[in-house]
Ligand binder design. Structure first.
Ligand code: ZN
Length: 314
């Protein structure tokens, strides 16, 4: 029965599945907007009121105003009732989530010229990727808004990612170009895989905590001026989650991407004469998502770089 279903699924045109996940992503993005708005405001619950309301006049929105991206375009970014403008961030978050989901689908099913859409492992990988995006995107946005992250948003998702972490080795093995996340060499594989990811998270948190301590000692005056440590406690906790989510190869790559992106934005902000008060968390989240989605290319780049070094040495 399952084989027949997977057989039909694998014969669908790639555009069908990529388009399907684009639409799913747009709706998830719409939900993430609600999470970002309501979660830090403790008086508001995620599912009550059920329908979205205008943040300005509190009128409940019609169902067709709620259609992701399309609703915003039809209303030209204004409330139907009080004409208060909605931020462009709402449709942008929906569009970004849609694009990331569509790309994750391509990555899991069709990268490297393959068609893996009939493989249950590919579906689990895609589910894992969309969960990572669905957790890290609101995490980054709330951190940008408030530079404060409720602990439930860091430690709650751990429960979701522990079962995935137990299969991280299998996920890595089915894609042609990736590196195994295993730290140890014992059986059973699932326990090995789980332990490797947990150790990665704890070790990464420790490293970031030490970097933060060092930076605070070095730049004590500057740190006091911006009010606290150079590296927030939320970033350290995020590292535990990222380790369990991704395993060490993607986490290390993501960390370096985060520093690169952070440095670029920091230089732009300095040139515009603004202080660099941006928290590091959003960069970490960005680096993690990029390294997860671009693993194959990063491995290719790493191999090319090693060959380059070897040719220079010899
Ligand atoms: Zn309104």
């Amino acid at each position: 029965m399952l084989d027949e279903v997977l057989n039909i699924v694998s014969r669908m045109h790639p555009a069908f599945w990529i388009g399907y996940w684009f639409i799913v992503g747009a709706f998830v993005g719409s939900f993430l907007n609600v999470v970002v708005y309501r979660l830090p405001r403790n008086c508001l619950s995620i599912n009550n009121p059920r329908r979205s309301f205008c943040p300005s006049c509190k009128t409940q929105l019609k169902w067709n105003d709620n259609i992701p991206i399309v609703g915003y375009v039809l209303l030209r970014g204004k409330c139907r009732y009080c004409k208060a403008p909605y931020g462009a961030r709402y449709p942008l978050v929906e569009l970004l989530t849609a694009l990331l989901f569509a790309f994750a689908c391509w990555r899991a099913f069709y990268a490297d010229g393959l068609n893996l859409s009939g493989s249950p492992l590919a579906w689990l990988t895609l589910l894992h990727m969309t969960c990572v995006i669905g957790v890290l995107l609101p995490w980054a946005l709330i951190d940008l808004d408030l530079t404060y992250i409720p602990d439930k948003l860091t430690f709650g998702p751990l429960l979701v990612f522990v079962p995935f972490a137990a299969h991280a080795d299998a996920f890595a093995a089915y894609l042609p170009s990736s590196i195994s996340p295993l730290w140890f060499a014992f059986e059973p594989r699932w326990l090995n895989s789980l332990l490797s990811n947990v150790c990665t998270g704890v070790a990464a948190a420790l490293v970031l905590w030490l970097i933060g301590k060092g930076a605070t000692l070095l730049f004590r005056k500057k740190a006091e001026a911006i009010g606290g440590q150079a590296m927030g406690g939320a970033d350290v906790k995020l590292m535990i989650l990222l380790g369990v989510m991704l395993g060490w190869p993607k986490l290390v790559a993501g960390f370096f991407i985060a520093i690169l992106v952070g440095a670029c934005f920091g230089i732009v902000q300095l040139l515009r004469g603004k202080g660099s008060g941006t928290p590091f968390g959003p960069y970490l989240a960005t680096g993690a998502v990029v390294s997860m989605l671009a693993t194959g290319w990063l491995v290719d780049f790493w191999n090319w770089y090693q060959r380059l070094l070897e040719s220079l040495v010899s």
